[in-house]
Design a protein around this ligand. Sequence first.
Ligand code: PRT
Ligand code: ZN
Length: 293
Amino acid sequence: MNRIRIAIQKSGRLSERSLDLLQSCGLRFARSKDKLYWFGQDFPVDLLLVRDDDIPRMLLDGICDLGIVGQNIAQEVVLERDNGNGLDELRRLDFGQCRLSIAIPEQSSIKTITDLNGCRVATSYPALTRSLLSVNGVDADMVKFSGSVEIAPGLGTAEAISDLVSTGTTLRANHLVELEVLFNSTAALYGLPRGLSGEKEDLLNLLLARLDGVLQAAESKYVMLHAPRDAIEEITRLLPGAENPSLMNLEGDEDRVALHAVCREALFWEHLETLKQAGASAILVLPVEKMLA
Ligand code: PRT
Ligand code: ZN
C-alpha cells in the first residue's frame, strides 16, 4: 500500500500544533472525532491519533511510517529498547519546547548533581535520566513514576526528581528547585533510519520539502522600506538573514530607493530602530505564508 501513515498525539500539548503543521503542508483529513484513524484526502497520507508515549514504539514496530513526538519520549524509548534500533530525527519542529531537569526539595542537602550518587530519583524518564547522569559520572537509583513526579520527594519515595519543566511553576508550587538541566527537548518528526522505499520515498521527500517551506516561512518576514542610495549596503547588512534585496526606483526621488527583502531570521523592534538610524523610512514587515526554494 503506497500510503504514508503519520502518528501524532491524540490529545495533549502537541496535538494542535502537530495537526496545524500537517495542514499547513497541504494535507487534509476526513476527520472523525472518536476514531483513531483519519484518512488523507487528496494526498495519500493518513493520520493515527494516539498517546504520545506510544508513537516511538509504533514507529519501531512498523505500525506507522512517521511520527511527531517530543525528543524526550523518542530518546527514552530508544534507550529503553537498547537493541541498536534507533529512530531517525527527520526535522526538529518549532513547538513542544521544554527541558528535562533534576529538581530537589528547597531544604535539600544535595548541592550538585554528583551528590545524587546512591540517591533515589523519581522520574517518568528512567532510561534517559540514567544515561544523562552517567555521562556526569553519577549513579543513582531510578524510581519510575508515570505522572505527578513532583510529589515523590514529599512522599519520601525519592530524594530528587527528573522531570520536564517549561515555566517552572509546577516545581515552585511543590517547593522544589531546579538543580541542573539534563536535556533540552523539542517536538520532532521521526522516521526509521532505513527510510521508506518506492513511491513512499517520493511522497516523503515531497512532504519534507513542504515542511521545510512551512518551517522557514514561520521564521521569515518580507521587509519593504525606503533607503538612501548611499546606505543600501549598510541597510542590507542590518537585515537579519537577508540576501540579495530587490531595489526599485522611487518616482520623483533620485536619492532614495525602495528596498524589498526576505529576512530568514526573527526581526525585532531593535532591528527596525537600527534600520531607521541608518536612514531607512517607511519600513513595513509582512508575514510570509509559504516558501519553496
Ligand atoms: O495522553 P498523552 O500520554 O498523549 O499525553 P501526556 O500527558 O503524556 O503528555 P503532554 O500532552 O503533557 O506532553 C506532551 C509533550 O509535550 C511532552 O512529551 C513534552 O515533549 C512536551 N512538553 C512541553 C511538556 C511540557 N512542555 C511540560 N511542561 N510535557 C509536560 N510538561 C509538564 C511537566 O511534566 C510538569 O508536570 O508540565 C509540568 C511542568 O510545567 P511548568 O510550566 O509548570 O514548568
Ligand atoms: Zn504521554
